[in-house]
Design a protein around this ligand. Sequence first.
Ligand code: SF4
Length: 475
Amino acid sequence: MIYKPEKYAIKDERIKPFIDADEIWNFINKTPSTKQRVREIIQASLDKKRLSLEETAVLLNAEDPDLIEEIKEGARTLKEKVYGERIVLFAPLYVGDLCTNNCQYCGFRSENKGIKRITLNEQQLIEETTALIDQGHKRLILVYGEHPKYTADFIAETVKIVYTVKHNHGEIRRVNINAAPFDIPGFRTIKDSGIGTFQVFQETYHRPTYASVHLGGVKRNYDWRLTSLDRAQEAGIDDVGIGALFGLYDWRFEVLSLVRHVNHFEAVYNVGPHTISFPRIQNAMSLNINKKYLVNDEEFVRLVSILRLAVPYTGMILTAREPIHIRNQVLRFGVSQIDGGTNLELGGYSKGKKQTQDLSMEQFQINDNRSLNEIMDELIKTGYIPSFCTACYRLGRTGEHFMEFSVPGFIKRFCSPNALLTLAEYLEDYAPEDTKKEGYQLINNKISELASHQNVDKLKEKVGEIKAGKRDLYF
Ligand code: SF4
């Protein structure tokens, strides 16, 4: 595919690049971090105020170990306050790995001739979706390379196919997308297929680094990518997901740029992104990156905590890139969504999980190979409520409307009861006996904790209806 820059020029006057590297470095280099200031900012965040770049820089520049512990504790408290104990579960489903870009950190890059190129056909997509439904999933993210074959119509068609698949009591109720940026008409076509969130990660917000790792294809165009979710918003997609690939450049710069991206959306569209992702670089076939900026575990836990405090009501996604011990740690400090039973191999779910990954068939290395039920068990045992909830999306509580609910904390009134209902469905249809026993114990405990809650009687009733065979009940 010939990359014609003029085709990807930003034509819409309202849409302008908004990352100023000097401004970001100025905040990092010139913002002092004192104990008193850090405590004031944690308190502001606990009052659910989104933090400014200056305030976020104060947290980034805190080096005193006690202060870093206070920041983590603040993040833990805020997560509890806004999201309760619920952890939303999803699974990635790779649809096609053809790609004309040449991203030096990715196994699917065009110059990697050793990767097996596959695009699922309709039958394979149905088989993969059925396998995921039979695990117990209700929320998927469909993933595509960037290639002329993966047009907006192609993507819309695959979304519709996934929604048609029903098996026993199971179905997919929310499909999110991780794919290349489109123009406004392209995003509108995908919107109309009934998607939830559209994710585009900037990978790195640092222009020189961006140019040094994106060596081919449309993805070389920094501004086209940076402004892609503005076009998505213009096309009516009000649930968007941003992210950076940590390890390409200085993590503090990427954190501040993500916050800059959030406040850009709020300034222009009066709504922040639905989710933020912060994947760390992992091994991949023909990986070719400078390892100077790799993020260690201690820094990773700090950046998750700081992001949690900086954007109180934006969902935070952590994937199976991270090993179990790190996942369990950062769940406490802000993460609200994780994947479970993940298999990155194209067509891999219906083949059954392999013990070892074959990187000639997968984009990158994952470090959490647990099945969905193993993750369910661990979450239930550690007091989290695993959730497959899609109520907000299906009741139109999205974008600005979602913010109306989440800002004053109402969402907790819906999140926990709905999480318990989707957990009951999972226990009835997919859980082995011991998980079922522990799961209902958790549900009963949580219902007794909700005794003063206005919905508790209705909740008990709905759980009873699910035990009796009804499905898809929510507030
Ligand atoms: S990161 Fe995405 S765009 Fe880049 S090579 Fe991989 S699949 Fe293609």
